[in-house]
Ligand binder design. Structure first.
Ligand code: ZN
Length: 61
């Protein structure tokens, strides 16, 4: 399928050739965003916040 028009919806920004797969894990009462590249976000009380951290990590690459 041909998608015309640049949509900023792809996490495929493989600039360094490294894959960034983010996930949130629970640490006690906190949620932490983690990435396959080794990055780790701060502990958050809300999982939604940890998700935002993960999205920010990928977007900021
Ligand atoms: Zn990463």
């Amino acid at each position: 399928m041909a998608v015309s028009g640049a949509q900023q919806d792809g996490p495929e920004h493989a600039r360094s050739g490294q894959e960034h797969r983010t996930a949130t894990t629970e640490q006690g009462r906190f949620s932490v965003a983690r990435c396959s590249c080794g990055w780790r976000g701060p502990a958050r009380r809300a999982r939604s916040q940890a998700r935002t951290d993960a999205e920010g990590h990928r977007a900021g690459l």
